[in-house]
Ligand binder design. Structure first.
Ligand code: NAD
Ligand code: DAU
Length: 357
């Protein structure tokens, strides 16, 4: 079996779905269920004996050790993290705690467990650390995309904490021989993304006729990958990646933020022509920029393509349509996750009350 930390979050829950669609190997999800973790994301598997769930904090090393002893996994896929850059600017401490100390505790627990395995199980064991392209810093308009050898240059408390965790994972491979793999991926989007990240926030605000808060001039560039493609990439790396290696994963879909928001507006104009709002793009509103806002991210995913034959299968156009359709079909899910904590965040980030026109 495998252990998936953060499996009740956005990418983790999509990973569980991808895994169980193609394998009967059981999964234990270990998740603290922060504001971003939600058991509803795993509701389809409520009666599926292949999925176990344990509420736990990855910083709690004795509990991590006990779970490893109890379940004897052949791999840990480590998604658990604080993941929102804007939140890291308002309150970095939790990012250091979970992303740095939590990854350290998990590595220590894994090292102890792995050390006690038979030689054969030891060789087969994997610790796959899921990281981000943000560790590489910010690119200029004409710079080549990030490769696995681009020097680290994190600019936000979030990316600095992820960079620190990447370094720890690297050290555990080089020092102790723990069979690690690290993936650095670009911006994901798709079902179950918490509606404070760009794409779901804009979909929900547009549906409700609220302003669409674009930071700065909207010219910052992100590379977008449909979440299911990220999950297949992780499965390929787990299966055939070379231990100790890093694999960059990207969608080859660079877009300016304003382009993304305008495209979402066009899709909503088409799918919700009778919303009584007029063209949804009239809701676009330029707001104060994110402090230290990275200008551009772009990923060269040549290594994973060459070595493992992985490629994104969903185009940005298609993925965006699927994502909008998913949110339109899952308004109950959205209602449930917009808890008191969500409202507190929106008020802190965008001023009093939810953004309104
Ligand atoms: P998310 O915020 O949606 O989910 C994070 C999950 O981790 C939640 O279920 C949360 O409850 C859990 N968690 C947080 N702190 C924990 C702790 N101390 N112990 C146990 N569980 C804890 O994040 P996501 O967008 O799904 O990202 C998952 C991983 O992928 C993160 O490591 C992130 O850095 C990385 N990543 C994300 C993206 C992206 O675009 N979202 C891109 C590249 C890499
Ligand atoms: O690049 C990978 C990273 O992508 C992941 O490591 C992070 O976990 C994930 O959250 C994401 O980080 P970003 O900061 O790029 O995502 P976010 O959705 O917060 O913002 C995307 C872009 O949109 C960014 O340039 C900021 C901008 N933005 C965001 C919000 C929430 C706006 O213009 N307005 C907004 O209201």
């Amino acid at each position: 079996m495998i252990i998936v930390t953060g499996g009740a979050g956005f990418i983790g829950s999509n990973f569980v779905a991808s895994w169980l669609a193609s394998s009967d190997e059981p999964i234990l999800v270990v998740d603290k269920l922060t504001y971003a973790g939600n058991l509803e994301n795993l509701a389809s598997y409520r009666n599926d004996a292949r999925l176990l769930f344990q509420a736990a904090d990855i910083c709690d090393q004795p509990v991590m050790e006990q779970l490893l002893q109890q379940h004897s996994p052949r791999a840990i896929i480590h998604f658990a993290a604080e993941s929102h850059v804007d939140r890291s600017i308002h309150g970095p401490a939790e990012f250091i705690r979970t992303n740095v100390n939590g990854t350290f505790s998990l590595l220590e627990a894994a090292r102890g467990y792995w050390g006690g395995m038979t030689a054969e199980s030891k060789a087969a064991f994997r610790f796959l650390h899921v990281s981000t392209d943000e560790v590489y810093g910010s690119l200029g308009e004409q710079d080549p995309p990030f490769t696995e050898t681009t020097p680290y240059s994190p600019n936000s408390p979030y990316s600095a904490s992820k960079a620190a965790s990447d370094h720890l994972v690297r050290a555990y491979f080089h020092t102790y021989g723990l069979p690690t793999l690290t993936t650095n991926c670009s911006n994901n989007y798709g079902p179950f993304q918490f509606p404070e990240k760009l794409i779901p926030l804009m979909i929900m605000n547009a549906l409700e006729g609220k302003r669409l808060p674009v930071y700065g001039d909207g010219r910052n560039v992100r590379d977008w990958l449909y979440v299911a493609d990220h999950c297949t990439a992780i499965m390929e790396v787990l299966d055939r990646g070379r231990i100790g290696e890093v694999y960059n994963i990207g969608g080859n879909s660079e877009r300016r933020n304003l382009e993304v928001v305008e495209r979402l507006c066009e899709i909503l104009d088409e799918l919700r022509p009778d919303a009584g709002i007029g063209p949804h793009r009239s809701l676009v509103s330029f707001v104060k920029d994110r402090p230290g806002h990275d200008q551009r991210y772009a990923i060269d995913s040549g290594k994973i393509q060459r070595e493992l034959g992985w490629r994104p299968s969903v185009t940005f156009e298609e993925g965006l349509r699927r994502t909008v359709a998913w949110y339109l079909d899952h308004m109950d899910w959205v209602r449930h996750v917009r808890s008191g904590e969500y409202r507190r965040w929106i008020s802190l980030q965008y001023g009093s009350g939810e953004p309104s026109k």
